[in-house]
Design a binder for this molecule. Sequence first.
Ligand code: GYE
Length: 331
Amino acid sequence: MRRFFSIALLTLGLALSCACGGGRTPPGEPSNEDLIVVGMCQVGAESDWRVANSESMKAVFTEENGYRLLFDVARQKQENQISAVRKFIQQQVDYIVLMPISESGWDSVLQEAKEAGIPVILVDRMVNVEDESLYAAHVGSDFRAEGGLAVAWMEETFQGAEDPVRVIHVQGTPGSTAQLGRTAALEEAVEAHGNWELLAQLDGDFTQAKTYEVMTEYLSSLPGKGDVDVVYCENDNIAFGALQALEEQGCVCGEQGVRIITFDATRGALTECLRGKIALAVECNPLLGPLVEEAIQTMEAGGTPEKHRYVEEQIFTSESLTEALIESREY
Ligand code: GYE
């Protein structure tokens, strides 16, 4: 709280106490001066994962829990995020929580935050900066490891196959950590397997609409549509767009046809997986609010939070899923 809000509230408080004899915080409720102010720069609302991630943050950073949350949504544009960080610095918030859209281009603005003495916590994706002291902590997923889980499943599924394994790869937002890690895993595996063939790499920008568009365009000009073995989709919304386009173009998705691989494993994708339309869902856990709070509480107590904290994740196939399991999940 302190700085910006304490000054603003002090001024307001003085004005009110002059006008009406002073106000009191009801017993048991935190007074506004005690709230920790968190400026949060979210990517957008491009995917089901992102919506669950925002909800997780909003559920934790409430006034009842002692926080004032200033929540900014950048609509998938990095320049919007940079302006939001600058605004939070001017407002002298206590902490900045940043879900960076892409990895590069953060040095100057994070340096400004550092000079202002405001710790930055990175969530979900990473930044590529030379000076690691520009952020206090990072909480998220190991995207390269997630890609490794998908590739290991492909190796098992196509074990012993001598025919080509033909893969369409639909990527997430270029330069984002999630795209870079998941792409690296697939590209290395394609290099390592003589019969794996990358038919195309398309940019789906983590959205269903964009993927539907690029997949429809690609498939309409692809001779031999029946020869596609795998569509490696870098998130669930890409998988939804790809599934829609594939079926419209007459491709069968499932064990007898195209195997769709997806990342996130939100409820919608797990449902498609249980129906057999998606072959593999690799989990990416969006419920990061509590871990961000732990990092902030460690700093409030004068400690140093863990620099990188990764959440554990698993894979799902139709055999490992039940309706009850899907219902019991939080996202
Ligand atoms: O997989 C995707 C989202 O960075 C983990 O971004 C995140 C990714 C997630 O839009 O759905």
